[in-house]
Design a protein. Structure first.
Length: 368
């Protein structure tokens, strides 16, 4: 990764000049099937105009160096005529499957850069990849491109041949599965008997996989710490916990007869702990644009950085997604505390010497 040094005072610096130096520094930004992608460019917002195309990587790199947009995105789809309008005349050929994960600010959110937000989204991204894409959908890591968005989220590009022709409706079903949106107790636990006389509740067992296995795990955890349970059942459970657990692991859920509200609580806990929330339209809309990996994010100055699963596990954007090196001086209108590149900083009102990447971040945020 190319690193840019510049010791100018960022208060007087047009940070886009640093962006320009980065793009002119022979950094390699490779876009898969570039001649079939539509591009969107942002100057004062994420996308000011779209329906742009490039024939070669060299042409695209030259555009970045000459025009220096704050944001640049490409289509998830490949088109025969990516530059034409309206959309239906582009002729869709295929489309990657994209998952966009982000987080909402919570208590303690840092306006400059929130490690808590990124850490939460990183955990969801790992869960999405390991539990759903690899385990449940049977994809391999070579099918995936994981990218830090450059702000506080992550994008997962699925480029396997098996997803390229999926319809929007099929992609929506995948989102429903990942989020647990369509799950009900009746999907997971069924009554078996003769006529109207249900004699057995049959549910997930140790041999089941996917959501059924997660539901079983949550039910087993519930048995060790029950709540909202009738007193009679609670007493029975205390005396026969091992027996109930054994039956449950073998698919016999009779213990929960008459406790439908408890099963609903277990399901809600299962979805809360195992489901992954994604930006649904990004996944099912094959005409969407997604940030180009390897480009800079205009709200932070951070790199939209491709990551391996190993590097994702301990990723720190303030250390791993910065390209501007050195220090510079900034003048702050108010004090600021944050962690940046493993260092806890206490910045005061007035002039401060800070890492150049932090100065760019605060300038992009409008905080200097």
């Amino acid at each position: 990764m190319t690193e840019i040094d510049d010791l100018n005072n960022v208060n007087r610096l047009n940070y886009l000049q640093l962006f320009k130096k980065f793009y002119a520094s022979n950094v390699q930004i490779n876009v898969d099937s570039i001649g079939q992608r539509e591009f969107g460019v942002g100057i004062d917002k994420k996308i000011n105009f779209r329906h742009k195309s490039f024939s070669t990587q060299r042409e695209f790199q030259q555009f970045l160096s000459n025009e220096t947009p704050r944001f640049v995105s490409h289509s998830v789809g490949r088109f025969e005529f990516p530059w034409v309008q309206p959309m239906e005349k582009k002729t869709l050929l295929s489309a990657d499957l994209i998952f966009d994960l982000d987080s909402k600010p919570e208590e303690g959110h840092n306006q400059a850069f929130c490690h808590n937000c990124v850490d939460k989204t990183r955990g969801d991204t790992i869960k999405l990849v390991e539990d759903f894409l690899l385990r449940d959908f049977g994809l391999s890591q070579s099918d995936l491109l994981i990218v830090f968005s450059g702000s506080k989220g992550f994008h997962v590009h699925v480029r396997a041949a098996s997803v390229q022709q999926l319809s929007s409706a099929s992609r929506r079903l995948l989102v429903d599965y990942i989020t647990g949106h369509e799950l009900t107790v009746d999907n997971l636990v069924t009554k078996r008997g003769i006529g109207n006389r249900a004699t057995t509740l049959h549910g997930p067992s140790e041999s089941t996989t996917g959501w059924r296995a997660e539901f079983l795990n949550c039910a087993l955890a519930y048995l060790n710490n029950p709540f909202e349970l009738q007193k009679k059942k609670e007493n029975y459970l205390k005396a026969h916990l091992a027996d109930v657990v054994h039956l449950l692991k073998n698919g016999n859920w009779d213990f929960f007869h008459g406790s439908e509200e408890v099963l609903q609580l277990i399901l809600e806990k299962t979805i809360q702990t195992h489901g992954v929330q994604v930006d649904s339209p990004v996944t099912f809309d094959v005409h969407r644009l997604i940030r180009v990996p390897g480009t800079l994010h205009g709200d932070t100055g951070f790199l939209a950085k491709p990551l391996s699963m190993a590097s994702l596990s301990n990723f720190d954007a303030t250390r791993d997604a910065t390209v501007f090196k050195g220090k510079t001086k900034i003048t702050l209108p108010s004090s600021l505390a944050l962690k940046f590149d493993n260092e806890s900083l206490e910045l005061l009102i007035g002039e401060n010497e800070v890492p150049l990447s932090l100065a760019v971040l605060l300038t992009c945020r409008g905080m200097v």
